[in-house]
Design a protein around this ligand. Sequence first.
Ligand code: MRU
Length: 341
Amino acid sequence: MDSIKYERGKLLLLDQTQLPIRIDYIECNDYICVADAIRTMKVRGAPAIGVAAAYGLVLAALEYQHLNKNDFLRKMEEAIMVLKQTRPTAVNLFWALDRLAKVLQKDLPVENLVDQMEKEAISIQEEDLAMNIKMGEYGKELIPYGATVLTHCNAGALATAGYGTALGVIRAAFKDGRIKMVFVDETRPLLQGARLTAFELMEEKVPVTLITDNMAAFFMQQDKIHCVLVGADRIAANGDVANKIGTYGLAVLARFHKIPFYVAAPQSTFDLSLNTGKDIPIEQRNPDEVRKIGQIWTAPKEVNVVNPAFDVTPHELVTAIITDKGIIKPDYSQNIKRLFS
Ligand code: MRU
């Protein structure tokens, strides 16, 4: 199931807020619609946000292609700003828009710029799928035969251009006969684990057990989990990893129980401009996401709430980072620099 489908002037986004109950695509014909879909998490997951934003800018380019070059470039700047303001943590959003902004610097007529932007957005989508497949091939070697793997949130086909990062590794390892069971955290408040990961894995006939977020320690203590495998929204130069809230807790638990903790992420998720994870902006979301489950109030309507959407796992707790260029192990600062130079 594709989360993002593009044809000239039209972007179809699988509405992930409706899954797994309804499979509905929304159609965007302008960038404001795409920005809104990212903000409201109809499309979500770091690489998918990047791909959607790139196509969002292409829609803006098509909308304003009749303008003279200066006015066109001004409109593009405006659209980039709006798209960049949607969600702050996943660096893939900024990375994808910066790739298109580079195209805009070319000394070409508007018509050619539009065509090249469209080509670049298509490449971003195609490259993401290819990177996920590579991560699967590298990462599966880390999974022992007969393993039970715990994952958090959704780092699958839905969160990417297809196949998935952490779930890509799980898919490849399952095909290889290595996976006996995947434990999936519900992932409150928005339940990406329950609604999306459980759904994706069941579609693929991978054995899944859904648990609530507070059960992981119990199963680790009983030796039921052999490794933890998650995706990432931004990785700093020293290997600190921002991912869905709750990931840090799992890493601490994994260390205590001597279970390997793996992160799978493509090149587009690394932010080498940040020395450490302390500088990664953490998105704060609407408190009602915590006061409710779906449309149902589960807390007093006026109760005070904080709702950070991500946390940062210090690199000391990460056993290895699986990338499309290979597997990175400590010393992360040195090895990340070496891999990406
Ligand atoms: O808030 P979300 O659903 O966009 O958060 C997604 C995650 O945290 C994923 O684990 C991460 O983006 C990796 S996706 C391949």
